[in-house]
Structure formats: structure tokens, C-alpha cells
Design a protein around this ligand. Structure first.
Ligand SMILES: Nc1nc2c(c(=O)[nH]1)N[C@@H](CN(C=O)c1ccc(C(=O)N[C@@H](CCC(=O)O)C(=O)O)cc1)CN2
Ligand SMILES: [Mg+2]
Length: 293
């Protein structure tokens, strides 16, 4: 069994990005600039946004954090986004999800300029991704592809079973794994809350990708011997033995599943760290206008 080390892979990607930024600076080019919008005070969201800002610093990007109280109106937020859309100094803009319930994330993501949409959530980027046209790929699926590629894992002709159909992970990764580019060329099955006999499907998987947020959902009897298992779940569960009172648990019962796998991601330290690295990669591509015009 080989552990897919997301932390190490993320650090390698960030070193590559930092080297490119140093090169851009040496040539007097434009330093990539990411703006992040955070609404409210959700603990996880604050951590993720702060980590994104820190990661920008580490690779030499500029960053701007816009933090609003959770009583900001939808119209006020949309106007902020419209302002940033017009600001040529900013290359990439993300709005941390989830948003408070009175704000429509659909409207927010539609107003955002698709050329600055480094999360890849705008309908135009989603459409381009589906059609195999140049697009920003959402960071988590993009990170999964990077793990498969950098560990030289064969995907062609394999049966890839995706559990979870969210817009952020399950749906995009299922499309990307079926594409005719590496990593891809897989036969894909998507499972969700209404799937009958989940275990029947997961046992068929050569590559199993799980993104539902149910700790320990995938047990050893649900996994084929030699499978590649990618666990995207990161749920905070109470743990009195930890100073902060909680620990992260994945969707896979790691201790019992790992011995059966050819490759598996740990939680934490698997897919999560790649999410940050691929956001930086998209921001670099935005600054270089590599994706759109
Ligand atoms: N606008 C966005 N919102 C959300 C996204 C996103 O890509 N764009 N994804 C998730 C949250 N997320 C980033 O925003 C994210 C989740 C997890 C990790 C991560 O590094 N996890 C680590 C553990 C970190 C910890 O200790 O808490 C791991 O798995 O090893 C990074 C980013 C929803 N919202
Ligand atoms: Mg999902």
C-alpha cells in the first residue's frame, strides 16, 4: 500500500509556482493577485481562507482578504464583486462557500467575472470543463488529478466509482475522470444518497473517490483488493484528547481499508492540501491569461 502524500505533493507544486513567480518578478511582469471574500465567522471557512492568504504570501502572490459580517445583503455583496470584476490589478477572485442562507450562491457565482473565477464555479467555466474547452478546473478535483498524475497511477479503462455528487467535487471529478485525456479515460459510476446497495457499486471500483462528508462511510468490505482510494471527506468530530477538542475524519475507515489498497489518501494530509495548491495554480494561470483570452 502506498500513501498518496497530499502535503508533500502540495509543497512541491507550491515550490514550482514560487519559482515561476520569482521569474515573473525578475522580468518585471505582473505578480499574480488573488482576492478572497469571506462572509461571516464559520470556523472552518475562516481557517481555509486564512490558509489561502498565507499560501499566497508563501509563493510570492499578492492577496486581498475581504471579510464581511453575515448580515451583509446579497445586493451589497454583488456590488463588491462587480467592483472587483472591474479592478485590473486583481487576477483571481474567490467567494468562500458556504454563504449565509439569505445570499444565493448561484447569483454570486454568476455575477463573478468568469475570467477571474479561479474556483471554476461560474457556469461558463463548468460548461467549458464539460465540453473539454479551456477552463479553470475546481481546485479539489484538479488536486485529485494531480495526485493521480504525479504518482503515475493508470486510469485508462479503469472503473472509477465516485460517491457524492456535489458541484464542488463529485460532479466535476466524475466528468474529468471520463475525459479522453490523462488522468481520465475511466468508466465512471456516480453514487449518491439514493443509490441502492452502495457497497455493490464501491466493490466494483478500481478507483474509488469518496466526497460526501460522512465519517467512516466506506468500510473494508466495500472495497476491492488493490483499489486506489481517494478520500475527500474532512469532517470535524469531537475528540477530547486533542487540545482543540476535535479532529478531522475522512469518509473512509482508513485503518481497515488501507491494507486492501494499492494507493490511498490519508485524512488529513491527502486531498485537502492540494486544494490550496491548485487554487494558486489557477491564479497563476489567470495572471498569465492562459485560460481565457
Ligand atoms: N470558494 C470555495 N469554497 C469552498 C471550497 C473551495 O474550493 N472554494 N472547498 C471547501 C473548503 N476548502 C477550501 O475552501 C478546503 C477544505 C479542506 C482543506 C484542507 O486543507 N484540509 C486539510 C485539513 C485542514 C484542517 O486541519 O482543517 C486536509 O484535508 O488535510 C483545504 C481547503 C468548501 N468551500
Ligand atoms: Mg460530493
Amino acid at each position: 500500500m502506498i500513501l498518496l502524500d497530499g502535503k508533500k505533493t502540495s509543497e512541491a507544486i507550491q515550490r514550482e509556482i514560487a519559482a515561476e513567480v520569482a521569474d515573473i518578478k525578475a522580468k518585471g511582469g505582473k505578480v499574480p493577485h488573488l482576492a478572497a471574500i469571506l462572509v461571516g465567522h464559520d470556523g472552518g471557512s475562516m481557517t481555509y481562507v486564512n490558509n489561502k492568504v498565507l499560501a499566497c504570501e508563501n509563493v510570492g502572490f499578492e492577496s486581498t482578504l475581504l471579510h464581511y459580517e453575515d448580515d451583509i445583503t446579497e445586493e451589497e455583496l454583488l456590488n463588491k464583486i462587480r467592483e472587483i470584476n472591474q479592478d485590473d490589478t486583481i487576477d483571481g477572485l474567490i467567494v468562500q462557500l458556504p454563504l449565509p442562507r439569505h445570499i444565493s450562491s448561484t447569483r454570486v457565482l454568476e455575477v463573478l467575472d468568469y475570467k477571474k473565477d479561479v474556483d471554476g464555479f461560474h457556469p461558463l467555466n463548468v460548461g467549458h470543463m464539460v465540453a473539454g474547452l479551456p477552463a479553470y478546473l475546481p481546485a479539489t478535483p484538479y488536486g485529485i488529478l494531480q495526485l493521480l498524475e504525479r504518482y503515475n497511477i493508470e486510469t485508462k479503462g479503469k472503473h472509477c466509482v465516485v460517491v457524492g455528487r456535489s458541484n464542488i467535487v463529485g460532479t466535476p471529478i466524475s466528468i474529468l475522470m471520463s475525459k479522453c485525456t490523462y488522468p481520465g479515460e475511466s468508466t465512471v459510476t456516480i453514487c449518491h444518497r439514493n443509490t441502492v446497495d452502495l457497497a455493490h457499486h464501491t466493490r466494483q471500483a478500481d478507483i474509488l473517490i469518496v466526497a460526501v462528508g460522512k465519517p467512516g462511510l466506506i468500510t473494508a468490505d466495500m472495497v476491492k483488493e488493490g483499489a486506489v482510494v481517494i478520500d475527500v471527506g474532512t469532517t470535524r468530530v469531537e475528540d477530547a484528547t486533542r487540545a482543540r477538542g476535535w479532529r478531522l475524519r475522512g469518509d473512509v475507515d482508513f485503518d481497515h481499508v488501507a491494507p486492501k489498497c494499492s494507493y490511498i489518501t490519508p485524512v488529513p494530509g491527502g486531498v485537502g492540501p492540494l486544494t490550496i495548491a491548485m487554487l494558486l495554480k489557477n491564479t497563476l494561470r489567470a495572471a498569465k491569461k492562459e485560460v481565457h483570452d
